[in-house]
Write a protein that binds this ligand. Structure first.
Ligand code: CS2
Ligand code: MN
Length: 359
Protein backbone atom coordinates (compact mmCIF):
# COMPACT_ATOMS: atom_id res chain seq x y z
CA UNK A 1 0.00 0.00 0.00
CA UNK A 2 1.26 3.49 -0.79
CA UNK A 3 -0.07 6.51 1.10
CA UNK A 4 -0.59 9.66 -0.95
CA UNK A 5 -2.22 13.06 -0.65
CA UNK A 6 -3.93 15.05 -3.36
CA UNK A 7 -2.06 18.17 -4.43
CA UNK A 8 -3.39 20.82 -6.82
CA UNK A 9 -0.02 22.17 -7.99
CA UNK A 10 2.12 25.10 -6.86
CA UNK A 11 0.01 27.59 -8.80
CA UNK A 12 -3.28 26.44 -7.28
CA UNK A 13 -2.62 24.99 -3.86
CA UNK A 14 -1.60 26.78 -0.71
CA UNK A 15 -0.67 23.41 0.72
CA UNK A 16 2.92 22.90 -0.45
CA UNK A 17 4.86 19.79 -1.40
CA UNK A 18 7.06 20.49 1.63
CA UNK A 19 3.96 20.46 3.86
CA UNK A 20 2.91 17.12 2.42
CA UNK A 21 6.38 15.67 2.72
CA UNK A 22 6.31 16.34 6.45
CA UNK A 23 3.23 14.19 6.94
CA UNK A 24 4.74 10.93 8.19
CA UNK A 25 4.26 7.96 5.88
CA UNK A 26 3.02 9.93 2.87
CA UNK A 27 5.33 9.05 -0.01
CA UNK A 28 3.55 10.51 -2.99
CA UNK A 29 1.08 13.04 -4.29
CA UNK A 30 -1.94 12.62 -6.50
CA UNK A 31 -1.75 15.37 -9.09
CA UNK A 32 -3.14 16.73 -12.33
CA UNK A 33 -2.65 19.47 -14.89
CA UNK A 34 -5.25 22.15 -14.37
CA UNK A 35 -4.49 24.37 -17.33
CA UNK A 36 -5.28 21.94 -20.13
CA UNK A 37 -8.89 22.23 -21.33
CA UNK A 38 -10.99 19.07 -20.92
CA UNK A 39 -10.58 16.94 -24.05
CA UNK A 40 -7.18 18.24 -25.14
CA UNK A 41 -3.92 16.24 -25.03
CA UNK A 42 -1.78 16.69 -21.92
CA UNK A 43 1.57 17.90 -23.29
CA UNK A 44 4.64 15.87 -22.42
CA UNK A 45 6.66 18.87 -21.26
CA UNK A 46 4.04 19.82 -18.70
CA UNK A 47 3.81 16.28 -17.35
CA UNK A 48 7.59 16.11 -17.15
CA UNK A 49 7.76 19.44 -15.29
CA UNK A 50 5.16 18.31 -12.76
CA UNK A 51 6.88 14.98 -12.23
CA UNK A 52 10.24 16.70 -11.69
CA UNK A 53 8.80 19.28 -9.36
CA UNK A 54 7.37 16.51 -7.18
CA UNK A 55 10.60 14.51 -7.30
CA UNK A 56 12.63 17.59 -6.28
CA UNK A 57 10.61 17.62 -3.06
CA UNK A 58 11.04 13.89 -2.53
CA UNK A 59 7.49 13.07 -3.57
CA UNK A 60 6.41 10.40 -6.06
CA UNK A 61 3.80 11.20 -8.67
CA UNK A 62 2.27 7.95 -9.86
CA UNK A 63 -1.45 8.72 -9.67
CA UNK A 64 -3.39 11.31 -11.67
CA UNK A 65 -6.75 12.58 -10.47
CA UNK A 66 -8.34 13.23 -12.85
CA UNK A 67 -8.02 13.20 -16.60
CA UNK A 68 -11.58 14.38 -17.10
CA UNK A 69 -13.79 13.01 -19.86
CA UNK A 70 -15.21 15.38 -22.43
CA UNK A 71 -19.01 15.63 -22.42
CA UNK A 72 -19.12 14.56 -26.10
CA UNK A 73 -17.77 11.13 -25.05
CA UNK A 74 -20.37 10.79 -22.30
CA UNK A 75 -23.17 11.95 -24.60
CA UNK A 76 -21.90 9.76 -27.46
CA UNK A 77 -21.62 12.45 -30.13
CA UNK A 78 -19.71 11.72 -33.37
CA UNK A 79 -17.12 14.28 -32.24
CA UNK A 80 -16.16 11.85 -29.45
CA UNK A 81 -13.66 10.16 -31.79
CA UNK A 82 -11.32 13.12 -31.66
CA UNK A 83 -11.54 13.32 -27.86
CA UNK A 84 -10.93 9.59 -27.49
CA UNK A 85 -7.81 9.83 -29.68
CA UNK A 86 -6.62 12.73 -27.54
CA UNK A 87 -7.27 10.71 -24.39
CA UNK A 88 -5.18 7.84 -25.74
CA UNK A 89 -2.33 10.22 -26.47
CA UNK A 90 -2.58 11.62 -22.94
CA UNK A 91 -2.37 8.06 -21.58
CA UNK A 92 0.79 7.42 -23.62
CA UNK A 93 2.33 10.68 -22.46
CA UNK A 94 1.55 9.92 -18.83
CA UNK A 95 2.90 6.38 -19.20
CA UNK A 96 6.25 7.78 -20.30
CA UNK A 97 6.64 9.57 -16.99
CA UNK A 98 5.87 6.63 -14.74
CA UNK A 99 2.19 7.26 -14.08
CA UNK A 100 0.51 4.03 -12.92
CA UNK A 101 -3.09 5.03 -12.24
CA UNK A 102 -5.53 7.46 -13.84
CA UNK A 103 -8.61 8.30 -11.80
CA UNK A 104 -11.62 9.58 -13.77
CA UNK A 105 -15.37 9.73 -13.47
CA UNK A 106 -18.29 9.32 -15.82
CA UNK A 107 -20.81 11.63 -14.18
CA UNK A 108 -22.76 13.92 -16.47
CA UNK A 109 -22.34 17.65 -15.82
CA UNK A 110 -21.53 17.62 -12.09
CA UNK A 111 -18.44 15.84 -10.76
CA UNK A 112 -19.82 15.78 -7.20
CA UNK A 113 -22.57 17.57 -5.38
CA UNK A 114 -22.74 18.91 -1.87
CA UNK A 115 -25.45 21.29 -0.79
CA UNK A 116 -23.59 22.92 2.09
CA UNK A 117 -19.95 23.84 1.70
CA UNK A 118 -19.57 25.25 5.22
CA UNK A 119 -21.44 22.93 7.52
CA UNK A 120 -20.40 23.72 11.08
CA UNK A 121 -19.86 20.83 13.48
CA UNK A 122 -20.36 21.10 17.27
CA UNK A 123 -16.59 21.42 17.83
CA UNK A 124 -16.49 24.48 15.53
CA UNK A 125 -14.80 22.73 12.61
CA UNK A 126 -16.26 23.17 9.13
CA UNK A 127 -17.06 20.50 6.61
CA UNK A 128 -19.18 19.78 3.53
CA UNK A 129 -22.64 18.29 3.74
CA UNK A 130 -25.37 17.00 1.50
CA UNK A 131 -28.99 17.48 2.42
CA UNK A 132 -31.75 16.37 0.09
CA UNK A 133 -33.75 19.47 0.95
CA UNK A 134 -30.92 21.53 -0.54
CA UNK A 135 -31.32 19.76 -3.85
CA UNK A 136 -34.76 21.33 -4.29
CA UNK A 137 -32.73 24.21 -5.64
CA UNK A 138 -32.27 24.41 -9.41
CA UNK A 139 -29.00 23.25 -11.00
CA UNK A 140 -28.20 26.93 -11.69
CA UNK A 141 -28.64 27.76 -7.99
CA UNK A 142 -26.43 24.83 -6.96
CA UNK A 143 -23.71 26.03 -9.34
CA UNK A 144 -23.92 29.47 -7.78
CA UNK A 145 -23.82 28.05 -4.24
CA UNK A 146 -20.80 25.81 -4.86
CA UNK A 147 -18.75 28.26 -6.92
CA UNK A 148 -19.36 31.18 -4.61
CA UNK A 149 -18.05 29.09 -1.69
CA UNK A 150 -14.85 27.98 -3.37
CA UNK A 151 -12.88 30.84 -1.76
CA UNK A 152 -11.36 31.62 -5.14
CA UNK A 153 -9.99 28.09 -5.63
CA UNK A 154 -10.36 25.75 -8.59
CA UNK A 155 -12.69 22.97 -7.47
CA UNK A 156 -12.15 19.52 -8.98
CA UNK A 157 -14.53 18.98 -11.90
CA UNK A 158 -16.27 22.33 -11.39
CA UNK A 159 -14.84 24.30 -14.28
CA UNK A 160 -16.66 27.68 -14.13
CA UNK A 161 -16.39 28.11 -17.95
CA UNK A 162 -18.17 24.80 -18.53
CA UNK A 163 -20.75 25.30 -15.80
CA UNK A 164 -21.60 28.77 -17.09
CA UNK A 165 -23.52 26.78 -19.73
CA UNK A 166 -25.26 24.44 -17.33
CA UNK A 167 -28.69 24.95 -18.90
CA UNK A 168 -27.37 24.04 -22.38
CA UNK A 169 -25.50 21.07 -20.91
CA UNK A 170 -28.76 19.70 -19.52
CA UNK A 171 -30.27 19.99 -23.04
CA UNK A 172 -27.30 18.18 -24.56
CA UNK A 173 -27.85 15.23 -22.22
CA UNK A 174 -31.53 14.88 -23.16
CA UNK A 175 -32.08 11.31 -24.34
CA UNK A 176 -29.00 9.98 -22.52
CA UNK A 177 -30.44 7.54 -19.99
CA UNK A 178 -28.56 4.97 -17.88
CA UNK A 179 -28.46 2.46 -20.75
CA UNK A 180 -27.07 4.97 -23.21
CA UNK A 181 -24.51 6.29 -20.72
CA UNK A 182 -23.36 2.72 -20.04
CA UNK A 183 -23.00 2.08 -23.77
CA UNK A 184 -20.92 5.22 -24.10
CA UNK A 185 -18.71 4.20 -21.18
CA UNK A 186 -18.16 0.79 -22.72
CA UNK A 187 -17.32 2.36 -26.07
CA UNK A 188 -14.76 4.60 -24.38
CA UNK A 189 -13.20 1.75 -22.36
CA UNK A 190 -12.96 -0.56 -25.38
CA UNK A 191 -11.09 2.18 -27.20
CA UNK A 192 -8.61 3.14 -24.48
CA UNK A 193 -7.89 0.03 -22.38
CA UNK A 194 -5.56 -1.57 -24.97
CA UNK A 195 -3.45 1.61 -24.85
CA UNK A 196 -3.39 1.43 -21.04
CA UNK A 197 -2.25 -2.19 -21.21
CA UNK A 198 0.55 -1.24 -23.59
CA UNK A 199 1.93 1.44 -21.28
CA UNK A 200 1.19 -0.17 -17.90
CA UNK A 201 -1.49 2.23 -16.69
CA UNK A 202 -4.62 1.32 -14.76
CA UNK A 203 -7.79 3.33 -15.28
CA UNK A 204 -9.76 3.77 -12.06
CA UNK A 205 -13.33 5.02 -12.32
CA UNK A 206 -14.61 7.12 -9.43
CA UNK A 207 -18.11 6.31 -8.14
CA UNK A 208 -20.92 8.78 -8.57
CA UNK A 209 -21.17 11.25 -5.71
CA UNK A 210 -23.91 10.87 -4.57
CA UNK A 211 -24.54 7.37 -6.00
CA UNK A 212 -28.09 7.94 -7.19
CA UNK A 213 -29.75 10.11 -9.78
CA UNK A 214 -30.19 13.81 -9.08
CA UNK A 215 -31.84 16.36 -11.36
CA UNK A 216 -32.92 13.36 -13.48
CA UNK A 217 -29.35 12.80 -14.70
CA UNK A 218 -28.25 9.25 -15.53
CA UNK A 219 -25.85 7.45 -13.17
CA UNK A 220 -23.80 4.34 -13.93
CA UNK A 221 -21.33 3.94 -11.01
CA UNK A 222 -23.63 3.57 -8.02
CA UNK A 223 -23.58 0.06 -6.61
CA UNK A 224 -22.30 -3.51 -6.87
CA UNK A 225 -24.16 -4.23 -10.07
CA UNK A 226 -22.63 -1.20 -11.79
CA UNK A 227 -19.10 -1.93 -10.55
CA UNK A 228 -19.39 -5.54 -11.67
CA UNK A 229 -20.78 -4.47 -15.04
CA UNK A 230 -17.90 -2.04 -15.58
CA UNK A 231 -15.26 -4.65 -14.67
CA UNK A 232 -16.82 -7.11 -17.11
CA UNK A 233 -17.43 -4.55 -19.88
CA UNK A 234 -13.71 -4.77 -20.64
CA UNK A 235 -12.19 -7.61 -18.67
CA UNK A 236 -8.71 -6.29 -17.95
CA UNK A 237 -6.69 -5.40 -14.85
CA UNK A 238 -6.21 -2.02 -16.53
CA UNK A 239 -9.93 -1.40 -16.13
CA UNK A 240 -10.36 -0.72 -12.42
CA UNK A 241 -12.10 1.33 -9.77
CA UNK A 242 -11.17 4.26 -7.55
CA UNK A 243 -12.90 2.92 -4.50
CA UNK A 244 -14.18 6.11 -2.88
CA UNK A 245 -15.43 4.81 0.44
CA UNK A 246 -17.45 7.93 1.26
CA UNK A 247 -19.22 8.08 -2.11
CA UNK A 248 -20.16 4.39 -2.07
CA UNK A 249 -21.32 4.62 1.55
CA UNK A 250 -23.69 7.48 0.62
CA UNK A 251 -25.87 4.87 -1.12
CA UNK A 252 -28.04 3.37 1.62
CA UNK A 253 -28.20 -0.01 -0.17
CA UNK A 254 -24.41 -0.36 -0.48
CA UNK A 255 -22.50 -2.65 1.87
CA UNK A 256 -19.21 -0.84 1.67
CA UNK A 257 -17.15 -3.54 3.45
CA UNK A 258 -18.44 -6.35 1.21
CA UNK A 259 -17.77 -4.30 -1.91
CA UNK A 260 -14.25 -3.39 -0.81
CA UNK A 261 -13.52 -7.06 -0.10
CA UNK A 262 -14.97 -8.31 -3.38
CA UNK A 263 -13.27 -5.85 -5.70
CA UNK A 264 -9.94 -5.99 -3.84
CA UNK A 265 -10.07 -9.79 -4.18
CA UNK A 266 -10.73 -9.36 -7.90
CA UNK A 267 -7.70 -7.03 -8.05
CA UNK A 268 -9.75 -4.16 -9.44
CA UNK A 269 -8.96 -1.46 -6.86
CA UNK A 270 -5.73 0.28 -7.85
CA UNK A 271 -6.68 3.39 -5.85
CA UNK A 272 -8.79 4.00 -2.73
CA UNK A 273 -10.18 7.23 -1.28
CA UNK A 274 -10.63 6.55 2.40
CA UNK A 275 -13.00 8.80 4.28
CA UNK A 276 -15.80 8.62 6.78
CA UNK A 277 -19.26 10.14 6.56
CA UNK A 278 -21.84 10.76 9.24
CA UNK A 279 -25.38 9.96 8.22
CA UNK A 280 -27.70 12.62 9.61
CA UNK A 281 -30.88 10.92 8.48
CA UNK A 282 -31.96 9.06 5.35
CA UNK A 283 -29.72 10.34 2.58
CA UNK A 284 -28.50 13.42 4.42
CA UNK A 285 -24.91 13.29 5.65
CA UNK A 286 -21.83 15.31 6.36
CA UNK A 287 -18.17 14.48 5.77
CA UNK A 288 -16.86 13.74 9.25
CA UNK A 289 -13.31 13.38 10.54
CA UNK A 290 -11.79 10.06 9.47
CA UNK A 291 -12.04 8.30 12.86
CA UNK A 292 -14.69 5.61 13.29
CA UNK A 293 -15.98 7.36 16.42
CA UNK A 294 -16.74 10.52 14.42
CA UNK A 295 -18.79 9.06 11.58
CA UNK A 296 -21.07 6.22 10.59
CA UNK A 297 -18.42 3.92 9.14
CA UNK A 298 -16.15 1.45 10.91
CA UNK A 299 -12.79 2.45 9.49
CA UNK A 300 -11.04 -0.58 10.97
CA UNK A 301 -13.42 -2.76 8.95
CA UNK A 302 -12.87 -0.60 5.85
CA UNK A 303 -9.10 -1.14 5.99
CA UNK A 304 -9.39 -4.77 7.06
CA UNK A 305 -11.54 -5.47 3.99
CA UNK A 306 -8.74 -4.11 1.84
CA UNK A 307 -5.89 -5.67 3.81
CA UNK A 308 -7.35 -9.18 4.01
CA UNK A 309 -8.04 -9.24 0.30
CA UNK A 310 -4.54 -8.39 -0.87
CA UNK A 311 -4.96 -4.68 -1.66
CA UNK A 312 -1.63 -3.24 -2.78
CA UNK A 313 -2.66 -0.01 -4.50
CA UNK A 314 -2.57 3.66 -3.59
CA UNK A 315 -4.61 5.19 -0.79
CA UNK A 316 -5.33 8.78 -0.04
CA UNK A 317 -7.19 10.31 2.85
CA UNK A 318 -10.19 12.03 1.37
CA UNK A 319 -11.81 15.34 2.17
CA UNK A 320 -10.83 16.88 5.46
CA UNK A 321 -12.61 19.40 7.63
CA UNK A 322 -11.29 22.88 8.19
CA UNK A 323 -9.76 22.98 11.68
CA UNK A 324 -7.37 25.24 13.61
CA UNK A 325 -8.48 28.29 11.66
CA UNK A 326 -7.48 26.94 8.27
CA UNK A 327 -9.31 28.23 5.20
CA UNK A 328 -9.00 27.55 1.48
CA UNK A 329 -10.30 24.90 -0.88
CA UNK A 330 -13.19 23.08 0.80
CA UNK A 331 -12.22 19.48 1.60
CA UNK A 332 -8.54 19.96 0.84
CA UNK A 333 -6.94 21.72 3.77
CA UNK A 334 -3.73 20.23 5.17
CA UNK A 335 -4.38 19.52 8.84
CA UNK A 336 -7.38 17.25 8.88
CA UNK A 337 -6.16 15.25 5.89
CA UNK A 338 -2.80 14.78 7.64
CA UNK A 339 -4.57 13.50 10.74
CA UNK A 340 -6.59 11.20 8.48
CA UNK A 341 -3.46 9.85 6.80
CA UNK A 342 -1.81 9.09 10.16
CA UNK A 343 -4.91 7.35 11.41
CA UNK A 344 -5.19 5.19 8.28
CA UNK A 345 -1.48 4.33 8.48
CA UNK A 346 -1.90 3.40 12.15
CA UNK A 347 -4.76 1.05 11.39
CA UNK A 348 -2.77 -0.45 8.52
CA UNK A 349 0.32 -1.04 10.68
CA UNK A 350 -1.78 -2.75 13.26
CA UNK A 351 -3.45 -4.99 10.64
CA UNK A 352 -0.08 -5.82 9.15
CA UNK A 353 1.63 -6.64 12.43
CA UNK A 354 -1.18 -8.70 13.83
CA UNK A 355 -1.46 -10.69 10.61
CA UNK A 356 2.28 -11.39 10.54
CA UNK A 357 2.45 -12.30 14.21
CA UNK A 358 -0.46 -14.68 13.75
CA UNK A 359 1.52 -16.63 11.20
C1 CS2 B 1 -13.24 14.09 -5.56
C2 CS2 B 1 -13.84 14.04 -6.94
O1 CS2 B 1 -12.87 16.14 -4.58
C3 CS2 B 1 -13.68 15.28 -4.83
O2 CS2 B 1 -14.84 15.32 -4.51
O3 CS2 B 1 -13.54 12.94 -4.83
O4 CS2 B 1 -13.91 15.30 -7.48
C4 CS2 B 1 -12.98 13.16 -7.78
O5 CS2 B 1 -11.70 13.74 -7.88
C5 CS2 B 1 -13.48 12.97 -9.19
O6 CS2 B 1 -14.81 12.62 -9.22
C6 CS2 B 1 -12.68 11.90 -9.89
O7 CS2 B 1 -12.77 12.06 -11.26
MN1 MN C 1 -13.50 10.43 -3.76
Amino acid sequence: MKMTMRWFGSENDKVTLENIRQVPGVTGVVGALYDVPVGEVWPEEKIKALKEECAASGMELEVIESVNIHDDIKIGLPTRERYIENYKQTIRNLGKYGIKVICYNFMPIFDWIKTDMEYILPDGSKTMAFELAGIQKSPEEIVEEVLSNSNGNILPGWEPERLAHVTELFKAYEGVDDTKLRENLKYFLEAIIPTCEEVGIKMAIHPDDPPYSIFGLPRVVKNREDLDWICNAVDSKSNGITFCVGSIAEGPENDVYELLAEFARRDRIPFAHVRNIKIIENKDFYESAHLSTEGSLDMYKVLKSLYDNGFDGYIRPDHGRFIWGETGRPGYGLYDRAIGASYILGLWESLDKSSKQGK
